[in-house]
Design a protein around this ligand. Structure first.
Ligand code: F6P
Length: 357
């Protein structure tokens, strides 16, 4: 008999359900007797003992379903060791619930913050297996996270739609893409959507270089310019500030994001009409794309295999086209960023795309 706890934590993304289904289907194929405890709303369910007992049937028909059947929430790692409002020690509570239910392991699906807590629980002696989810693709130790390709599709669709209206009106259009502190999503959607300028956090931009590119396109007779801007994009000037100074500046920011700031600057410097589009959480919504369905199912299957082999303390990841197991202590607390001199960036530049640098 194996007792497995499962939870999804942090921002949701496409293919969370597909990944959980992959784990459960694999366990169901074995001769092992398995009990599944689904913790609700992320770590909160584990802390406050909110769970549902699930069977294989609960995971049937969810391959194509977006979101997560378990619900999710953000439980910041920063405060995980602090007592809750009633004085409860959250880490102790998670351990107690794990032992009370006599779990053999916890399967945790999440991104960066989630992995820090997962690793803490491993250090505290719990058996943990994790699966890499996030539209940001910023998890260290895996070339790809599930949710990413689906989000690239949606952000690309947004840029495609903007293309037609931008060309009719001859405007400058900014499409703000999610991705938190990294530029993977913007870089990929920007290239797929034929953006003329791509601004990502890893390559701080110079506003004058952005304007130069717009004017160069004007001179060539291109009536419009499309700029894909990562929500975390930063100007060279701001990148030169200390962390504290930049934080202060953001607190005082009157406009709602970097895109609106950029739009105002471009308008002032060029006199051109600039519009901003923010697809926002749409990028995390809807059905997973076929790539993510297959990818998440593969990761889930390999996680199921690790559980059957009693191998714990790993994230199931993807490296050089192989599914691999990565020690959790290697993953936690590291960010996988776009290298400014990565070949994809160089190739984008060869295509004439400006990064504003
Ligand atoms: O990490 C996924 C993500 O969608 C980021 O791209 C974005 O910055 C953040 O989550 C948004 O978080 P929330 O859903 O809490 O607004």
């Amino acid at each position: 008999m194996k007792r497995i706890g499962m939870l999804t934590s942090g921002g949701d993304c496409q293919a969370l359900n597909a990944a959980m289904r992959g784990v459960v289907k694999t366990l169901d194929q074995s001769r092992e007797n398995v009990e599944i405890y689904g913790f609700l709303d992320g770590y909160r369910g584990l802390i406050y003992s909110k769970f549902q007992m699930l069977t294989g049937r609960d995971f049937s028909g969810i391959l194509t379903k977006g979101g997560t059947i378990l619900g999710t929430s953000r439980t910041p790692f920063k405060t995980i060791q602090d007592p809750d409002e009633n004085g409860l020690n959250k880490v102790d509570a998670m351990k107690q619930n794990y032992y009370k239910l006599q779990l053999d392991c916890l399967v945790i699906l999440g991104g960066n913050g989630t992995h820090k807590t997962a690793n803490l629980l491993r250090e505290e002696g719990l058996n943990i297996i994790t699966l890499p989810k996030t539209i940001d693709n910023d998890l260290w130790g895996t070339d790809m996270t599930f949710g990413f390709q689906s989000a690239v599709n949606i952000a690309t669709d947004a840029i495609d739609c903007i293309h037609t209206t931008a060309s009719s009106h001859g405007r400058v259009f900014i499409v703000e893409v999610m991705g938190h502190k990294v530029g993977w999503l913007t870089l990929n959607a920007g290239m797929a959507g034929g953006a003329d300028i791509i601004l990502i956090p890893e390559i701080p931009y110079d506003i004058d270089k952005v304007v130069d590119k717009i004017e160069e396109r004007d001179k060539r007779g291109s009536r419009f310019t499309i700029i894909a801007v990562a929500e975390g994009a930063i100007s060279k000037k701001d990148a030169a500030l200390s962390k504290k100074e930049y934080k202060k500046k953001l607190e005082k920011r009157e406009l709602s994001s970097v895109s609106y700031e950029l739009a105002a600057e471009i308008q002032k410097k060029t006199g051109r009409e600039v519009r901003v589009t923010v697809p926002g959480h749409m990028q995390r919504g809807g059905s997973p794309c076929p790539y993510d369905r297959v990818f998440a199912s593969r990761l889930g299957a390999e996680a199921g295999k690790l559980i059957l082999d009693n191998q714990y303390g790993f994230m199931v990841g993807y490296k050089n086209r192989e599914i691999v197991k990565v020690p959790l202590e290697d993953v936690a607390g590291k960010l996988k960023m776009v290298e400014p001199d990565a070949s994809i960036v160089q190739e984008a530049k060869l295509l004439g795309i400006s990064f504003g640098d």
